[in-house]
Design a protein around this ligand. Structure first.
Ligand SMILES: Nc1ncnc2c1ncn2[C@@H]1O[C@H](COP(=O)(O)OP(=O)(O)OP(=O)(O)O)[C@@H](O)[C@H]1O
Ligand SMILES: [Mg+2]
Length: 486
């Protein structure tokens, strides 16, 4: 798992999120605590439960963004779910346990990728042999994968095809029944020339000369009949389990497809890697990883708190909270990879809490989230930094986008200050939507330029404060208009 120190985590987050230091520090410490716990001996380790966090703050100030960036940083299984997607058991919608099943899928994918990497060299070597088998007409049986009786020449290489600029491909020996030198039952009359052809092909392949050639290959169809009836909301998990079951009962169909040699190689590598990997071990490792280091980010938690608004749906919201309790507390969830304990999974919840407060959550749930991080509302100084500092800053995005049309734009400092100030003003006068306001304002300022850009290739446009003012004049003059446009 990632062993970044809290300071390092915060500085990574700083690359994308301006301010909100308290929240950043809190999630960084929570992450680091997972690592610390791992260093302890097992007896004590089991006693230490994660301290779950609630991030509170107005809309558009970086709650979800922090979670998204955290996900990229952590090598631990991480999933972000919307609390509003869940409904109480028995109602149509997703049941809360599905978040653990989904997290387990993510853990499996993570571990599988790692295991893949470990066997990659071996898998590639095997794939290369199989690829050469494919490329040599009347080739040898493919090892292992092909059922007996259909092995010979399952795949052919169309040497007569005239694509890719008539490259010199060594002609195969004329005898179509010639087989590879190493093939025990081979009756090949020219084993030497055959194996030298093979080596020539290998050299061409290594030199990247065959990548764009095409080859016919049998590929596995994702097996089993589609179980459409079960893809109803709430039953997806059942559906996928049934599909898995069917795929074991029905032999997977193989279908001949024509594809680029490079793609064929990648597919073969994947097949070989699949064969080399111990899938039970993957499940075990993934379960361990999920149980010990998994993080579930529950967004929009405030929407399932029963504030004063909309009493009518309170029943179901409270139901979701009650369903969440055991999972956050620690329980066992049945997944298709076995039972997963949730005791040590870290939960980070976030919500704007505009119309409700954390104290509107049922008390049991409040208790399970002892840490509270408050994110502050953003002002014009923050906006100014958000416009320029993050690696993915909006001004950089627009500059790069317009650059593709050959238009070079440049924002002057006073223009940026003007935009930031206007964002603050609009947030105060209409609705405070935080940094998202910058999106609407920049869109408005650059609307005409974006439209005309293809006709203005080669132009240099300086966006200064006059430019900004001119393009915002109409919404400025008319408050009602700004409600609709910004
Ligand atoms: N502090 C910040 N630094 C940089 N960019 C930010 C910041 N806050 C918000 N943004 C930008 O605004 C967008 C919206 O922020 P985000 O999705 O995090 O809002 P949120 O706090 O989750 O709001 P909501 O309560 O509506 O879900 C982000 O994609 C990001 O680009
Ligand atoms: Mg959000």
């Amino acid at each position: 798992m990632s062993n970044l120190t809290p300071r390092e985590i915060v500085s990574e987050l700083d690359k994308y999120i301006v301010g909100q230091n308290a929240a950043k520090r809190m999630v960084a410490v929570a992450m680091r605590n997972r690592w610390r716990r791992q260093q302890l001996d097992p007896a004590l380790r089991d006693e230490i439960a994660p301290k779950n966090i609630i991030m509170m703050g107005p809309t558009g100030v970086g709650k979800t963004e922090i979670a998204r960036r955290l996900a990229r940083l952590s090598a631990s299984p991480f999933i972000k779910v919307e609390a509003t997607k869940f409904t109480e058991v028995g109602y149509v919608g997703r049941d809360v346990e599905s978040m653990v099943r989904d997290l387990m899928e993510i853990g499996i994918a993570l571990v599988r990728a790692e295991e893949n990497e470990k066997v990659r060299v071996k898998a590639e070597a095997r794939a290369e042999e199989r690829l050469l088998d494919l490329l040599l007409p009347g080739g040898t049986p493919q090892p292992a994968s092909t059922p007996p009786g259909q092995g010979m020449g399952g795949l052919t290489f169309d040497l007569s095809a005239s694509h890719s600029g008539g490259q010199a491909i060594p002609q195969p020996p004329a005898q179509s029944d010639a087989s590879h030198a190493s093939h025990p039952t081979g009756t090949g009359s020219a084993p030497d020339s055959r194996s030298s052809t093979r080596e020539k092909l290998r050299t061409l392949w290594h030199g990247g000369k065959l990548d764009d050639r095409e080859v016919d290959m049998e590929v596995e169809e994702s097996g089993g009949p589609q179980v459409g009836v079960l893809s109803m909301p709430g039953l997806e998990d059942v559906g996928s389990q049934v599909r898995d079951m069917f795929s074991k009962v029905f032999p997977s169909r193989r279908k001949r497809r024509r594809m680029k040699v490079r793609d064929a190689f990648n597919l073969l590598t994947q097949e070989e890697a699949d064969r080399l990997i111990d899938h039970d071990r993957v499940s075990d490792l993934a379960r361990e990883r999920v149980e010990q280091t998994g993080i579930i980010f529950i967004d929009e938690i405030d929407k399932i708190a029963s504030g004063s608004a909309q009493k009518s749906s309170d029943v179901s919201r409270e139901g979701v909270q009650r369903d969440l309790l055991p999972i956050v507390e620690g329980s066992v969830v049945n997944t298709k990879y076995g039972m997963v304990r949730t005791d040590h999974i870290l939960f980070i919840a976030a919500g704007a809490f505009h119309f409700s407060k954390p104290s509107d959550l049922i008390p049991e749930l409040q208790g399970r989230f002892p840490l509270r991080a408050e994110l502050s509302a953003l002002g014009k100084d923050d906006f100014l930094r958000i416009l320029t500092e993050p690696h993915n800053a909006l001004t950089r995005q627009y500059t790069a986008l317009l650059h593709t049309e050959g238009v070079h734009i440049e924002f002057t400092d006073d223009a940026l200050r003007e935009i930031a100030a206007f964002a603050e003003e609009t947030n105060a006068q209409t609705e405070n939507i935080g940094a998202r306001r910058l999106y609407t304002i920049l869109e408005k300022i650059l609307a005409d330029l974006s439209f005309e850009a293809p006709d203005r290739s080669g132009d240099r446009v300086t966006v200064d404060s006059d430019y900004v003012r001119a393009h915002l004049a109409d919404v400025r003059a008319n408050k009602d208009l700004s409600r609709y446009i910004l």
